[in-house]
Design a protein around this ligand. Structure first.
Ligand SMILES: *Cc1c(COP(=O)(O)O)cnc(C)c1O
Length: 362
């Protein structure tokens, strides 16, 4: 077989390996922040019917602009949004790739505050955008002052903010977003993949979209909706941003099946989002229980928890895997990220933590 290095690939891709969390077949999978609850049976039936109704017409291309789906998404988001201010693609990763294609690219830069979502720099790489890793402050926090000084120093074409932040879990103070909007010379993207799990009182950047034509808020159906396999992400922004993204999107990027399935899922959102409260309970339980065991834990507004293992995180990751529990090593030295799922999954995770702690003490 030909080696990758024998092919004339781009210099900036040489020596890299493809990104992806391990997809291991273990009893308790708490590593990719999926919703642990399967799609409820009535919703399975509704999606099945909606998809079946499309099958005869698969000889035709789908609605290129996905207008009906975008109107449904706007209705879900509220904030006075309509289809013109909403755009959808195959996951919010694709939405963000499109944003980088149109607002970033060769000769341009994007900045994010590390540790944050590891796909942001990878999407920048793939689109030839220079990535500027800015830093978060103590305990993974970020103040308006820290954010502003780094944006002023680098003057990036795009700023990526993640709120609630993956992998730390904590939502940003709205004052940070406001301050970055004030000083950023280009676009500001707020990744709100976990917005539905935020603690009461947390505000969405959707509230300040009006009057900020350079603000983009990205969302996904992969987490709270339990629709990760359906691949549907979306953004809300000024209609001009939606028009700009259409310059780079592939024609017919969203299949008729995806559009139909996502619309049926949205129509049953009460049932799908019905698991969010239970997941938030398990999230809070994990935070409380780990702190009770003397471990440091970041505040979480998401469906996962970042906690300090007290030692080498890759050894701790392997030890948990040995007890049948798969969590995520996000590359933050000394810390691991665990997804909040069902009560039984929390039981299994905490039992494994206890066994490891008592083995270490013995
Ligand atoms: C999981 C996640 C996404 C979701 O990506 P999709 O492509 O919509 O599945 C986006 N942003 C962050 C920060 C995430 O953790």
């Amino acid at each position: 077989m030909t080696g990758l290095d024998e092919l004339p690939i781009r210099d900036d891709l040489r020596g890299l390996s493809p990104y992806g969390a391990p997809q291991l077949d273990v009893p308790v999978r708490l590593n990719t922040n999926e919703n642990s609850y399967p799609v409820p049976e009535p919703v399975v039936e509704a999606i099945g019917k909606a998809v079946a109704a499309e099958l005869r017409d698969l000889n035709r291309y789908p609605d290129r602009d996905a207008l009906a789906l975008r109107a449904d998404l706007a209705g879900y988001l509220g904030h006075g949004l309509s289809a013109e201010g909403v755009w959808a693609a195959n996951g919010s990763n694709e939405v963000q790739q499109q944003l980088l294609q149109v607002f970033g690219g060769p000769g341009r830069s994007a900045l994010g505050f590390t540790p944050a979502y590891s796909m942001h720099p990878l999407l920048a790489l793939g689109t030839g955008t220079r990535w500027e890793p800015a830093l978060r402050g103590v305990d993974f926090g970020l103040t308006a002052q820290e954010a502003v000084s780094q944006v002023r120093r680098h003057r990036p074409d795009m700023v990526f903010l993640c709120s609630p932040n993956n992998p730390t879990g904590t939502a940003l103070d709205p004052a940070v977003i406001a301050a970055v909007l004030d000083v950023a010379p280009g676009m500001v993207v707020v990744d709100e993949a976990y917005a539905e799990f935020a603690r009461p009182g947390t505000t969405s950047a959707l509230a300040v979209l009006a009057g900020h034509p350079r603000l983009v808020v990205t969302r996904t159906m992969s987490k709270a909706f339990g629709f990760a396999g359906g691949r549907l992400g979306y953004l809300a922004a000024d209609p001009a941003v939606v028009a700009a993204v259409q310059l780079v999107r592939l024609p017919y990027h969203l299949s008729a099946l995806t559009q139909a399935a996502a619309r049926a899922a949205l129509a049953h959102r009460a049932a799908l989002l019905g698991t969010v409260a239970a997941i938030m309970q398990q999230r809070d339980r994990i935070v409380t229980e780990l702190r009770r065991r003397g471990l440091r834990v970041a505040d979480s507004d998401a469906n996962f928890v970042l906690y300090e293992v007290g030692g080498d995180q890759s050894a701790a990751w392997r030890a948990l895997l040995g007890h049948g529990v798969l969590v995520r090593d996000v590359g933050v030295p000394g810390w691991l990220r665990v997804t909040a799922g069902t009560p039984a999954e929390t039981d299994a995770f905490l039992a494994a933590v206890d066994r490891i702690l008592s083995e270490a003490a013995a």
